[in-house]
Ligand binder design. Structure first.
Ligand SMILES: [Zn+2]
Length: 244
């Protein structure tokens, strides 16, 4: 019954019926449904990921709308971001399941919130929240696709626990809270799409994921580069001496 919806991606080398079934069988957890989480979840829904778990405690505000494209004027102040997102994703693709969890994800509840997720997306904007995701990913061996954006530039990498640098290797200390950062919506759109693409690659085994590599890009100058990244010897989260 879904022959037409996925016909064009089924034609991709390495995809076929088997790849599409892998997408349908996957559960992807998306932490943060804002500027990154909006495009990431839209493209994952469109691709037919069987189950999306969305977690975000916030309600859309007007100042979110320049970049958080799943949230529209009618959603401002009226419903949670996850509810707002789930409505649009269900309309986009009614064949998938979307679980909306309007909760602040913490060390205490993250195992429940993302139970059954085979891949996690770090669509967050704060280092302490990223560390909660990181700890859970390391503990459960779950791959995570990280992205961060500001202004016109951003970065994306794929973390595979025990193999690649973890998020604590990349962010050894939390920067001081900067308040509202400047950002144009297209930056979040591009990097959120890249996260969805990496997740699809991980699920289907197609291509080369951005493991132990960081893609950095600046849309204002169109400077793009992919740099090798390594694990921090003294990482408090993933080094052999970290007590894990
Ligand atoms: Zn580490």
């Amino acid at each position: 019954m879904n022959a037409d919806r996925y016909a064009r991606q089924r034609m991709l080398q390495g995809m076929g019926e088997e790849g599409q079934e892998r997408l349908a069988g996957a559960t992807v957890g998306i932490m943060g449904v804002g500027g990154l989480g909006s495009p990431a979840s839209m493209y994952l829904a469109a691709a037919g990921i069987g189950r999306l778990v969305l977690a975000d405690p916030q309600v859309p505000e007007e100042s979110n709308l320049n970049r958080q494209v799943l949230h529209w004027t009618e959603d401002v102040g009226t419903r949670s971001k996850v509810d707002s997102a789930a409505r649009k994703l269900a309309a986009l693709n009614p064949n998938i399941e979307v679980l909306a969890k309007a909760v602040e994800v913490s060390r205490d509840n993250i195992a429940d919130v993302f139970e059954g997720c085979t891949i996690l997306l770090d669509c967050l904007d704060s280092v302490p929240a990223r560390m909660v995701l990181n700890e859970h990913a390391l503990r459960t061996g779950t791959p995570a696709v990280h992205a961060a954006v500001e202004g016109w530039h951003g970065q994306v990498t794929v973390m595979v626990p025990g193999e690649t640098p973890c998020l604590a290797c990349l962010f050894p200390r939390a920067p001081r809270a900067a308040g509202d950062i400047p950002i144009i919506g297209v930056t979040a759109g591009v990097f959120g799409c890249l996260q969805a693409g990496e997740a699809i690659k991980l699920i289907t085994g197609i291509g080369q994921p951005l493991t132990s590599k960081m893609l950095i890009g600046d849309l204002s100058s169109q400077y793009w580069d992919t740099v090798e990244i390594g694990r921090a010897r003294e990482c408090p989260a993933c080094s052999p001496h970290s007590g894990r």
